[in-house]
Design a protein around this ligand. Structure first.
Ligand code: ATP
Length: 268
């Protein structure tokens, strides 16, 4: 992430306006492109020989795939953006790039505000450490102070319903217990910029209901939400604007109902 760019810079090559002044959270994708190196047989990669994203060398050997091209948009506080598109269109690649997991090969990202991504909530969990220790470690890794972590500890413990098990190493937990704690930790701190690849849902019927409610509250607290999903309802319930990705490029962008309609019509 490039956080050093001064707000108020003049319009740029992508036609985006000057970056707003002030401290409010903000995220800009400017002409983002992402290339992956790929070799071998095209079909083995699940790709079509005619896919315009493929990169070939002079001897017509597969060298890579351009998963994203020319992605530009601005998001400010209060924005709720859906990323829509068929399988392989580049949604996950875009989310991972916005989250800083993948570095763009072209363009740049400018952000003001903490970015939380729930793409993999198990990352950073130390199985040999106790549940309580993992609450501390995850909180510190996410940039919160010890005081802020202590303020959240009881809520996390109550939600996980793990009681004294929180004093035991996590590798002694069942898969369900581990999931309840990682979910409780991941949804404990109000996010500034939240990146979601589908909706986090977990556990047995009773836990799922509680998890859905907690997730909804967590998402509503986010300053900026970016959600990739195949669910019409989830998108309509949570997002105001949408971007339709097609072959790694933006095919349409605007009010979410319009973008979703255009996308769904293209599928039928
Ligand atoms: N690590 C990688 N190495 C090589 N190619 C990749 C890699 N990750 C993604 N791709 C390719 O980039 C393209 C976009 O993939 P991506 O996973 O972003 O799509 P998606 O829209 O999230 O799909 P889905 O809806 O199935 O999750 C695909 O052609 C995929 O094969």
């Amino acid at each position: 992430m490039n956080k050093s760019d001064a707000p108020g810079t003049s319009p740029n090559a992508s036609g985006l306006p000057a970056i707003p002044e002030g401290d409010d959270i903000f995220l800009r994708a400017e002409n983002i492109g992402v290339k992956f190196e790929v070799s071998g047989n095209v079909r083995e990669q699940g790709l079509s020989e005619h896919d315009p994203r493929l990169i070939w060398n002079r001897r017509h050997q597969l060298r890579g795939v351009k998963a994203l091209s020319d992605i530009s948009f601005d998001l400010k506080k209060g924005d709720r953006l859906a990323i829509i598109g068929r399988n392989g269109s580049g949604k996950t690649t875009l989310l991972q790039t916005l989250a800083g997991i993948i570095s763009p090969s072209e363009g740049r990202l400018i952000s003001r505000g903490n970015i939380t991504s729930l793409i993999n909530i198990n990352i950073g969990i130390q199985a040999e450490a106790t549940g309580h220790r993992n609450i501390t470690l995850r909180g510190l890794a996410a940039g919160y102070s010890r005081k802020e972590i202590e303020e959240k500890r009881q809520g996390i413990a109550e939600f996980s319903e793990l009681g004294d098990f929180l004093n035991m190493p996590m590798d002694s937990y069942s898969a369900g217990m581990r999931m309840r704690l990682t979910f409780a930790i991941a949804t404990a701190f109000s996010p500034e910029i939240l990146i979601l690849d589908e909706w986090l849902s977990a556990g047995d019927v009773a836990f799922k209901k509680r998890a859905t409610d907690r997730m909804q509250e967590f998402v509503s607290q986010a300053g900026i939400l970016i959600l990739a999903s195949h669910s019409h309802k989830l998108i309509m319930d949570n997002c105001a604007t949408g971007i339709w990705l097609d072959g790694g490029r933006i095919r349409a962008a605007g009010p979410v109902a319009d973008v979703l309609k255009a996308y769904e019509e293209s599928m039928t």
